[in-house]
Design a protein around this ligand. Structure first.
Ligand code: SAH
Length: 283
């Protein structure tokens, strides 16, 4: 029962009238909300939430008005402006406003733009980070975003730019050559183009790829593939966005760390997926 979730101390920030708290809701599983998010949900008069926010999280704020601000195709910049102005209006009307966004508000979520608009209009804000899909969503699939034997860096990229096209401003060659592990947000629409860029920059056809849709929810699906077969495998599995895509050898760790399957009694496929136990090959 949500009623029994008491916050541990009494010193929690108060959401005052006329303020906007810009808060990450995590990738889906309500258990991945932060305590600051829970504190905010309990106090808000109005919650303005995105398409990626699981609506069962809103059940924790029955006292609040719930306003959907999802963006579906069309004119993203005009809509974004509308959302920011709506937040300003609500704050000026003296509401305690909670702006709830999927994952972390400052990771490919335009949270910075909304926060800037609020500040420009003189509205006081608080930022509450959240667990981003590109880290937490992969963890639910048993993929560590860094693993000492694999990567000392990770690059987060978006598959869309401001126009909604494949991101042409990215230097894919530099990314492919400089980052052992690449985590792609919003990559489904232009996956063919992204894969071609990575292959052209020298990543092998056999490079492991993990793809997680609706990560951390009951509908989560995970695909293990390779750069060479990814497009065909996505189509064959009928996978749809939202998805995070991880390119790199850390994906292999899922063979040992698929904890959700293990919880259902399925044994790990490979206890040493990177073959660290084997002596190094000669030559
Ligand atoms: N601020 C969000 C990202 C917003 S961009 C965050 O920090 O997670 C939207 C993209 O995020 C989606 O296209 C997808 O790539 C990714 N995403 C968000 N939630 C997801 C989920 N539950 N499962 C898989 N991908 C998700």
């Amino acid at each position: 029962m949500t009623d029994s979730l008491a916050l541990p101390t009494s010193d929690w920030p108060v959401l005052e009238q006329g303020w906007v708290w810009l808060c990450g809701a995590g990738p889906g599983d309500p258990g991945l909300l932060t305590l600051h998010a829970l504190n905010a949900l309990r106090q808000a008069d109005v919650i303005v939430y995105d398409a990626l926010v699981q609506t069962d999280i809103l059940d924790w704020a029955p006292q609040a008005e719930h306003i959907y601000a999802g963006k579906r195709g069309g004119k993203p910049s005009a809509k974004q402006r509308d959302i920011s102005l709506r937040l300003v209006e609500l704050a000026r009307a003296g509401k305690r406003v909670l702006r709830l966004k999927g994952g972390d508000p400052f990771v490919f979520g335009r949270g910075g733009e909304e926060a800037q608009a609020l500040v420009q209009h003189g509205i006081p804000i608080r930022i509450i980070p959240g667990i981003t899909a590109g880290i937490g969503g992969l963890a639910y699939a048993g993929i560590p975003v860094t693993h000492r034997d694999v990567n000392q860096s990770v690059t987060f990229v978006t598959g869309h730019d401001q126009t909604g096209d494949a991101t042409s401003s990215l230097d894919w060659k530099a990314i492919a050559q400089g980052s052992q592990v690449i985590v792609i947000y919003m990559g489904m629409k232009h996956i063919g183009r992204i894969v071609s860029e990575l292959l052209a920059a020298g990543r092998p056809l056999s490079e492991p790829v993990g793809l997680v849709t609706t990560a951390t929810t009951a509908d989560q699906q995970v695909l293990e593939s390779t750069l060479g077969t990814l497009e065909v495998d996505i189509a064959a599995a009928g996978l749809e966005p939202p998805a995070v895509i991880c390119v790199g050898r850390s994906v292999l760790m899922r063979q040992a760390l698929d904890w959700q399957s293990m919880a259902q009694g399925i044994a790990p496929r490979n206890l040493d997926p990177l073959d660290r136990g084997r002596p190094a090959e000669a030559g």
